[in-house]
Design a protein around this ligand. Sequence first.
Ligand code: UTP
Length: 290
Amino acid sequence: MKKVRKCVIPVAGMGTRFLPGTKAIPKEMFPIIDKPAIQYIVEEAVNSGIEEILFITSSYKNSVIDHFDKNYELESRLEKNNKLDKLDLVKKISSLATFTYIRQGEPLGSGHAIKLAKNFVGDEPFAVMYGDDVMMENNKPVLQQLIDIYEEKDCNVIGIKEVEKKLVNKYGIIEYENEKTGKIKTIIEKPKIEEAPSNHAGLGRYIVKPEIFNELEVLSRGAGDEYQFTDAMKELMKKQDFYACKIDGKYFDIGNQLGYIKANVEFSLKRDDLKEDVKKYIENELNQLI
Ligand code: UTP
């Protein structure tokens, strides 16, 4: 069985839900406290054994490229000023993995974006991580949890979580062949609430085999008139096994306002340098509301 070494992170979406914030700044570069959301995702990948990362970018996402590149001027200034802890923080970013970039000319959907990764992927299984879905792990990096299932069953894997029934129309929703084993029958992109086969939603973490590109080549437009990655997986499900991985950890969609606020609060409550002050602040604010 081939190891999962490569990861594709599409970051070329328009971020319309977060306008005007995303007019000039990609949502993937929004900081969660003091680190861009996309760096949390890259660190999750690297901590799961990923060595090569391809970003699908667009013309206004150059700050993503800059963030993972070396910044000699900043590094030499930090060194000169003896800010060695900050120098270390900055230097380690560009050496996290090998980074490659391809531009998606037009934001025609996640399926269209991932299709551009064909040559990068070659004939290996690979991970897909959405650039606006940030995970907070409990005991193990979330992508590693998916890779474990791939290695056990030699199958495609979708990271899932239960969502409120009233929100199923915002996600790709799983229909199981066997819920106990996690074997997936099909996936439906943004179903109507009354038609959803479950409340188990795919959440921006996937392990897929290279045959997905045969499906992406012939994909038609789907929900929102976009080429949906979910629709390509749905076709591959007719030919190969897909299993669900129930994510052990928390999930934040930082592409919407509430998800972004939650991510900042929860990650700050995990930080030793911030948690006590943040707790006190929240308690005070809540007391004033009562
Ligand atoms: P989303 O649907 O969450 O992102 O896509 P979006 O299109 O930016 O969102 P809104 O609705 O306009 O606010 C999931 C991931 O796929 C990427 C996005 O950047 C995000 O990381 N994506 C989406 C692309 O790379 N290209 C596309 O054409 C669409």
